[in-house]
Design a protein around this ligand. Structure first.
Ligand SMILES: Cc1ncc(COP(=O)(O)OP(=O)(O)O)c(N)n1
Ligand SMILES: Cc1ncsc1CCOP(=O)(O)O
Ligand SMILES: [Mg+2]
Length: 507
């Protein structure tokens, strides 16, 4: 897959922002950054001394050189110094989107004001940005000042943030991320907002107290571009970019007499650097006045599993299969019935619970949390959507374990708000058991999820079979969940024995 990203931006001679920051941030995420330089600033840690726009001819020659040999999957745009540059870049983007076999995504960080307070573009650029550029932009990432400059909306609270984002999508940007670094609401916190179609995401953490924040905007947009290049969903790119900035701010040091640059580190591996996913019902959600449609959904701290290593985990759709797995010694089993009628469902759940007790095993019930509580199941397994509707307080108070599905970094951090009993990551590989289009994680991401969630029992699911179980287990994940590797095996007893050996190390 093409992992080339272009940055079209200005050079910062101080090395903290612009092209220089972009390349460092892209490198941290292991993608190849190419550059199209729009301006040479004479700049140091104290401010901008000169701004020298590059001619449109020279910019065009850089674009032509790259387009003929190194097309990008994502183009990140930063400082455009004047209307001519905006028009030129817009024409080229339109051409790439219309003619390239794989049209590039465009991430635009509207650099207007440096962190020193210096204006970095000519004032008449705002209408050209709205008319020519924003309709070609997939993700626009303004800070508070830039949002106000582009929309005229003064960001006094969450509803103003949403109103401004709506204006930006009205100008044509497909998704909007408004960065709250200059926003002090709630006091002492840094809150960022992302909207993509109908989906909204809010992230927050305590403000990191450092003056050395030069280059945070450029770096954040570059990480977003890098993650999109790796085909991460925007919500994951959003959370990874914010985390990268958090860890960079914690490590930032000064190089001159003024404001130092955000540090460039590595892919975020420390949970303490990750922001909170803000949801209705949480403390930050209340501070931001989020509507809470159901007041029993927010609960945290579920009963612990008996062991952190759940081992081979069989997910089956009948009581018959459940008993076959238990009889072969599988200790973690899930009854996942879809489309059963009410009477059969309740009878099956009651039988599954009794079988779990008979075989001294841990039986989880998928979806049907009310029946799981009623029949005293060991635990329930819920998906992300279920978290919005299930009575989590009732599940917790009944002492049932809660397993939660996650598909990516954002959902993992969202699940972490609830401190579930275990955390499942999927789909690791393509599967025919369930439509997981766009949600395949692969081993590379699993290797990142497992240590981040080291305090939980962890489960990998999706497309895992005998040929893959060993590699999956070598990521350190505590359990491997399978459907077809057991139910479609020629000899299910032999398959279970082999899977147990690969996952649990038994013969
Ligand atoms: C162990 C495990 N992990 C993930 C899932 C998927 O659960 P969910 O997201 O609720 O989707 P459905 O299974 O209901 O289709 C699971 N069942 N088990
Ligand atoms: C329920 C579910 N959730 C994520 S992938 C999956 C199906 C796993 O089935 P299989 O092991 O047959 O690929
Ligand atoms: Mg479910």
């Amino acid at each position: 897959m093409n992992q080339v990203v272009w940055t079209i931006a200005g050079s910062d001679s101080g090395g903290g922002a612009g092209i220089q920051a972009d390349i460092k941030a892209m490198q941290s995420f292991n993608v190849h950054g190419c550059t199209v330089i729009t301006a040479l600033t004479a700049q140091n840690s104290l401010g901008v001394e000169a701004l020298n726009p590059i001619s449109t001819e020279v910019i065009e020659s850089q674009l032509l050189a790259l387009a003929s040999d190194m097309p990008a999957s994502v183009i990140k745009i930063g400082m455009l110094a004047n209307v001519q540059q905006i028009q030129l870049i817009s024409e080229h983007l339109k051409h790439y989107k219309a003619t390239w076999a794989e049209p590039p995504l465009v991430v635009y960080d509207p650099v207007a004001i440096a962190s020193s307070g210096d204006l970095l573009t000519e004032e008449d650029t705002v209408s050209a940005i709205k008319e020519c550029l924003l309709p070609l932009v997939d993700v626009v990432t303004p800070n508070t000042h830039e949002t106000q400059l582009l929309t005229g909306v003064y960001l006094i609270g969450p509803s103003a943030v949403k109103e401004a984002a709506k204006k930006l999508t009205g100008y044509g940007a497909k998704a909007v991320i408004i960065k709250g670094g200059h926003w002090d609401y709630p006091s002492g916190y840094c809150i960022d907002y992302c909207v993509q179609g109908e989906q909204e995401y809010w992230l927050g953490n305590e403000k990191i107290q450092t003056p050395h924040s030069h280059g945070t905007g450029c770096s954040m947009a570059s990480v977003i571009a890098a993650c999109l290049t790796k085909q991460y969903p925007l919500k994951d790119a959003f959370i990874l970019a914010k985390t990268y900035i958090n860890q960079g701010l914690k490590a930032a040091i000064r190089y001159g007499e003024g404001i130092g640059p955000v540090a460039h580190t590595c892919f975020p591996t420390n949970l303490a650097d990750y922001p909170q996913v803000i949801e209705a019902g949480s403390w930050l959600g209340d501070e931001l006045d989020f509507d809470c449609p159901v007041d029993f959904t927010m609960a945290a701290g579920f009963a612990e599993c008996d062991s952190k290593q759940l081992g081979l985990y069989a997910v089956v759709d009948t009581v018959d299969w459940l008993e076959k797995c238990l009889a072969e010694g599988v200790k973690t089993v899930q009854l996942r019935m879809k489309n059963a009628d009410d009477a059969a469902l309740e009878e099956s759940i009651a039988s599954a619970v009794l079988l779990g007790q008979k075989y001294d095993a841990q039986v989880y019930i998928n979806d049907y949390w009310q029946l799981a509580i009623k029949h005293g199941a060991y635990g329930v397994h819920l998906g992300q959507e279920d978290l919005q509707t299930a009575n989590l307080i009732a599940i917790k108070e009944a002492g049932l374990r809660l397993g939660v599905s996650t598909h990516g970094f954002y959902e993992m951090l969202r699940a972490h708000n609830y401190r579930p009993s275990y955390m499942a990551f999927g789909a690791i590989y393509p599967t025919t058991t369930k439509d997981m289009t766009g949600q395949i994680q692969g081993l590379e991401k699993l290797e990142k999820f497992v240590p981040l969630m080291a305090d939980y029992p962890t489960v990998a699911i999706g497309g895992i079979d005998l040929s893959r179980a060993e590699q999956v287990a070598s990521t350190g994940v505590g359990s491997v969940a399978v459907v077809r590797a057991i139910t479609e095996a020629e000899n299910y007893q032999a398959a279970i024995a082999k899977l147990k050996q690969l996952v649990e190390g038994q013969s």
